[in-house]
Design a binder for this molecule. Structure first.
Ligand code: AHG
Ligand code: MN
Ligand code: MN
Ligand code: MN
Length: 335
């Protein structure tokens, strides 16, 4: 039984029996993510004081200028998972290829792979606005004890065993699911402990917030343009409120608490949108569905898309069910 103010450590142990596969391995894995999140949170919180803001000088596989904090968070999460020897592979938004762990060790019995967006919302770092981390966990599909292959990472989102995010906001929160609902934990930075502050999080069935980079409006498909105009129309509980932070984790977190829809459509500039299926859309879609919300690419359920490459991008619409359903109707009509 979860109870408010339970620590994350206590919660993980007490809820272990709800895991699809019972073993301490997944618990240890989530514990490692908890540790890395605390380290990154500490660094994010003093970003203005130390030499950690600004560009790192490299361009990542996504074609983006890496920020120093992108690199720092990537290193911290990878190091923590590697050092504890609890995963057999890691894929990251910031790495060209997946990382194989202990491929030479035939006794390596690790069953899980982790996919991660170490620092989400990089463009917000320098201006002291919330950023996040997103993670996704699968059981490997190739035999235990052999090196991981690309097949272990290109699994449909519906195969995730756990997913979550950390939001480094006014407070640091870790929100995650293992397929039995969504729970949120707030970090008390004075003692470095996460406490259950948001048990059983759920999207309201309907909402009145829409989140989209409207500066790209001219490039959006007709159905999305029509839906945005619908959001702005004076009728029923509309016009809706527009809120866009530019950091998926923060926009999602707000919409889950208040009720809303997040949209990153394809456009004439970006034919598959911008968000990455494996590091961003799948984990957020799993959390959304576990929280009574919905996530789609406008037509298809995100979790049923068969990935074909590591850094694949897809259009992403996610949030309160009624709002995503209406958006899909507009896309269907507008094409
Ligand atoms: P990341 O910082 O991990 O590269 O992700 C940025 C993503 C996402 O967080 C955000 O919602 C979106 O990019 C914002 O993109 P635009 O600036 O194009 O609106
Ligand atoms: Mn990036
Ligand atoms: Mn991101
Ligand atoms: Mn990122």
């Amino acid at each position: 039984m979860s109870r408010k103010n339970q620590t994350l450590g206590e919660f993980i142990i007490e809820n272990q029996s709800s895991f699809k596969y019972t073993s301490g391995e997944l618990s240890r894995l989530i514990n490692s993510i908890r540790l890395a999140a605390k380290v990154v949170s500490h660094e994010v919180n003093k970003a203005g004081l130390v030499d950690i803001i600004g560009a790192a000088g490299d361009v990542n596989i996504q074609g983006e200028d890496q920020q120093k904090l992108d690199v720092y968070a990537n290193d911290k999460f990878i190091q923590t998972l590697k050092n504890r020897n609890i995963v057999c592979g890691i894929a990251s938004e910031e790495e060209d290829d997946f990382i194989t762990i202990n491929s030479q060790d035939e006794n390596n019995q690790n069953k899980y792979v982790v996919l991660i967006d170490p620092l989400d919302g990089s463009s917000n770092i320098d201006v002291n606005v919330s950023v996040g981390t997103i993670f996704s966990i699968y059981r490997r599909v190739t035999p235990i004890g052999t090196p991981v292959t690309i097949d272990d990472f290109l699994q449909e989102g519906n195969q995730q065993v756990a997913a979550g995010y950390v939001v480094y906001g006014t407070s640091t929160m870790l929100v995650y699911t293992t397929g039995a609902g969504v729970n949120g934990f707030t970090l008390n930075p004075a003692i470095g402990t996460f406490y259950l502050s948001h048990p059983t999080m759920e999207f309201p069935e309907n909402g009145n917030i829409y989140s989209v980079n409207e500066g790209n409006y001219i490039h959006f498909p007709q159905g999305v343009k029509d839906y945005i105009k619908y959001c702005q129309m004076e009728e029923d509980n509309r016009p809706y409120t527009a809120r866009y932070i530019g950091s998926l984790v923060s926009d999602f977190h707000r919409n889950m608490i208040k009720g809303g829809i997040y949209m990153y459509p394809k456009s004439s500039k970006a034919t598959n949108g911008k968000l990455r299926l494996l590091y961003e859309c799948n984990p957020m879609a799993f959390i959304a569905e576990q929280a009574n919300g919905k996530a789609s690419d406008g037509v298809t359920r995100i979790l049923d898309i068969k990935p074909t490459e590591l850094h694949e991008r897809v259009p992403f619409f996610c949030g309160s069910k009624t709002m995503v359903n209406t958006l899909e109707d507009f896309i269907q009509k507008g094409k």
